[in-house]
Design a protein. Structure first.
Length: 534
């Protein structure tokens, strides 16, 4: 644990990529194989399930620190991170532990089935046996919310330097459904096994937001244009008579979409399709809000299948006739994909081809982008016709040109402190719009939360205003005098019975502080709902 904690401390204390890569490389060269596997798992979001809920963590840490609970809560709200708060308030002793990262994680897995008293005793013993940073890392692992400023791509680069295995090969090896508690470093990283190939997806190729004017990309005839669909990015794999559906988050979701089983009888083995899972109620593309009724369900009932059917909008072919074709050009892959779609035409599969459009001018492309909401898309994808299918996010060949956000003026009504470097500032805001009651009176109704979009200086000014205009406190939340108006942007909107306002917005964020507007000038729920058709 000591070596892992020192690694995290180094990673957390620098913003330089070179420093992080060097620290990770050195760690992977010297750590035990078991600890390497667990480190790879943790940094690629494969953490063991949380054995203790956060309420008990707070109570037991407070007992050990021997301070009033209110003081712990105030400290927590100021620090902004539970693990860091616990690491700070618990007294440091001269005790130390030589247990490895693997030993700790296996104990945490076993801890989940133990009694509350056993859990309490285990935490007290280990909190007192670790120094500050080790205690911080230990508690982060217990909470199951271990996040550090290291992307999987950066980790893969370091792992490649330490092992000599090619980065792209490593990216492929780390995809899929592997368990750090049962797999060895040799099996995961060093061995070459053909059986691993059957269910594994390829690393996804990701686009960058377009920079500047699209015309800077050169001749528009060099680019294929597609709509950017708002669903769940996926790879559908058909090999050896089996189907595997993977989300971009590297989650195997085959059982969530039983309608895709029909592909097995109609699509040949050795096929991997890249596409977007979209809701398709009443034979039309629905909203992401529709899709959320399918996400996270442990079982998908027949009623839900009928209410919210789904399709895959397919836009790329990565494997065809058991051959990896990613190095072929977009045009070549597209031709194979179109041939595949022609072969299944008329078979009523939940599969649709995403149209690839060739346009002769940037003006025509901009006009097509303006049709995005009509097409139920987020904007356009621009793909260089000669481009291979690459690994991860790389500039140059794939760009996304999203439509301008929907915009509405709203009133700040509630605030919470932020996290990380904003833990001492109120930066997480709840916004409201006007709604007219049956008696004709107007009231403010909350509709969205947002915590990005202002400059640091603006956040400090709003924070100062919030502290002076707090009306009530509800734990970490403060209600404030309704006075400040902000312009809120969002990608989409849908009716929702789960929200008091009756609508759900997609990706809300602050666009600007409207100093020129009074709360009477803010928009209404009716204005918001009128955007649904846009």
């Amino acid at each position: 644990m000591k070596n892992f904690a020192n690694l995290i401390k180094t990673l957390d204390s620098s913003n330089k990529t070179s420093v992080k890569v060097e620290a990770l490389t050195d760690y992977f060269r010297h750590a035990s194989d078991e600890d390497k596997v667990w480190t790879i798992a943790i940094l690629s979001h494969r953490r063991p399930p949380r054995p203790v809920n956060t309420t008990l963590l707070r109570i037991w840490a407070n007992e050990l620190a021997n301070i009033p609970l209110w003081l712990f809560e105030e400290s927590y709200h100021i620090v902004g991170d539970l693990a860091e708060t616990i690491a700070l308030i618990i007294p440091t002793t001269k005790e130390h532990s030589d247990k490895s990262l693997t030993e700790y994680l296996r104990e945490m897995i076993a801890l989940k089935k133990q009694t509350e008293e056993q859990k309490r005793e285990y935490l007290h013993q280990n909190w007192l046996g670790l120094n500050y940073y080790e205690r911080f890392v230990f508690t982060k692992l217990i909470t199951g919310s271990f996040r550090i400023g290291v992307s999987q791509k950066l980790m893969t680069r370091a792992l490649s330097k330490a092992t000599g295995v090619d980065e792209d090969v490593l990216a492929y090896k780390l995809m899929g459904d592997w368990n750090p508690n049962t797999i060895s470093f040799q099996e995961l990283i060093l061995d070459e096994k053909s059986s691993d190939f059957q269910s594994k997806p390829y690393p996804f190729y990701l686009a960058y937001p377009i920079e500047g004017e699209p015309s800077s990309l050169g001749n528009p005839e060099d680019w294929a244009i597609e709509h950017k669909w708002d669903g769940i990015r996926s790879q559908t794999i058909i090999r050896d008579g089996e189907i595997y559906v993977w989300s971009r988050g590297e989650e195997l979701v085959t059982d969530k979409y039983p309608e895709f089983q029909s592909f097995l009888q109609n699509i040949p083995d050795g096929t991997v399709i890249d596409g977007e899972i979209l809701p398709f109620p009443d034979g039309q593309i629905g909203t992401f809000n529709d899709l959320q009724t399918r996400i996270g369900r442990k079982t998908v009932s027949q009623a839900l299948l009928q209410k919210t059917p789904v399709i895959i909008k397919v836009y790329d072919l990565l494997e065809w006739q058991n051959e990896d074709i990613r190095e072929k050009s977009y045009v070549e892959r597209r031709l194979s994909l179109e041939n595949l779609m022609e072969s299944v035409e008329g078979k009523n599969l939940p599969l649709q081809l995403s149209e690839s459009i060739s346009l002769n001018s940037w003006e025509d492309i901009a006009e097509e982008r303006m049709r995005s909401r009509e097409m139920k898309s987020e904007g356009l994808m621009l793909k260089r016709k000669s481009s291979p299918y690459q690994v991860g996010r790389k500039k140059g060949d794939w760009w996304k040109w999203k439509i301008e956000p929907l915009v509405i003026d709203a009133v700040l009504t509630y605030a919470m402190r932020g996290s990380g470097r904003r833990a001492n500032l109120f930066t997480d805001y709840t916004f409201a719009l006007w709604q007219t009651n049956e008696d004709g009176a107007r009231e403010l109704v909350t509709f969205a939360k947002a915590y990005s979009g202002l400059t640091d200086e603006e956040f400090r000014r709003v924070d100062d205003w919030i502290k002076k205009h707090t009306v009530e406190r509800f734990g970490p939340v403060r209600s404030v005098t309704p006075e400040l108006v902000f312009e809120i942007g969002f990608e989409g909107i849908a009716l929702s019975k789960r929200h008091k306002s009756g609508v759900a917005t997609r990706f809300p964020r602050i666009l600007r502080w409207r100093h020129d507007k009074k709360i009477q000038d803010a928009d209404s729920i009716e204005n918001l709902k009128s955007m649904i058709a846009q």
